[in-house]
Design a protein around this ligand. Sequence first.
Ligand code: ADP
Ligand code: TYD
Length: 208
Amino acid sequence: MSGQGLFVTFEGIDGSGKSTQARRLAEALRRQGRDVLLTREPGGSPGAEEIRRLLLEGEADRWSPETEILLFTAARRDHLERVIDPALAARRIVICDRFADSTRLYQGLRSADGRALVDRLHALMIGREPDLTLLIDMDPAEGLKRALARKSGEERFESFGADLQTRMRQGFLDLAAEFPERIARIDGARSEAQVAQDILAVVSSRLR
Ligand code: ADP
Ligand code: TYD
């Protein structure tokens, strides 16, 4: 950790265990006496949580792919300005459940020029990458089963189905190959405790 805190994100398909592991990591680091902010996207600030509702509730075709990119980016900008940047400036550890890699994939893969659009908007409006991204990788059928069992009322994306999940898994693996320094792949198809142990080891090595 240098002049700023550490910015850690969790990525992976729906139901891979991101929220569970983000919470466990925050608890483990707090037990070590560290100052941790646990947050999520879309959301994480009052304004971004309002945008989250617009994005996750309603029919699958409620927004065009382009409008969706704008909404996710607007939510992220508010979250960054009001929550993430101030916490990093105060040298806290920020743990965020999903961030820009999710947009690169979920919006980036939905149209031919999606990824280019996401990248341009990211450069223009966000411009920050995590110090470390934990990609929880697992079989899409298992992830979908876990996600649908939750019944959260936020199934808009999950209703796209198993085929999309399979493409997303591959997309995340491709992204890990694109950013090998930043993204660490974690095998999510094990017990919560085993996954948590791996994650804590990776994060601890960055904190030293
Ligand atoms: P995500 O945030 O990636 O969608 P969650 O953390 O919400 O995933 O987990 C999805 C569901 O699977 C939850 O009901 C959670 O309790 C369960 N779960 C999480 N990790 C595991 C695991 N390692 N083994 C079995 N079930 C898990
Ligand atoms: P999340 O609440 O993390 O869902 P889950 O816990 O099921 O993984 O995210 C909600 C949905 O939003 C998820 O299906 C992925 C999608 N999403 C995007 O499409 N683009 C984004 O930039 C982000 C952050 C999320």
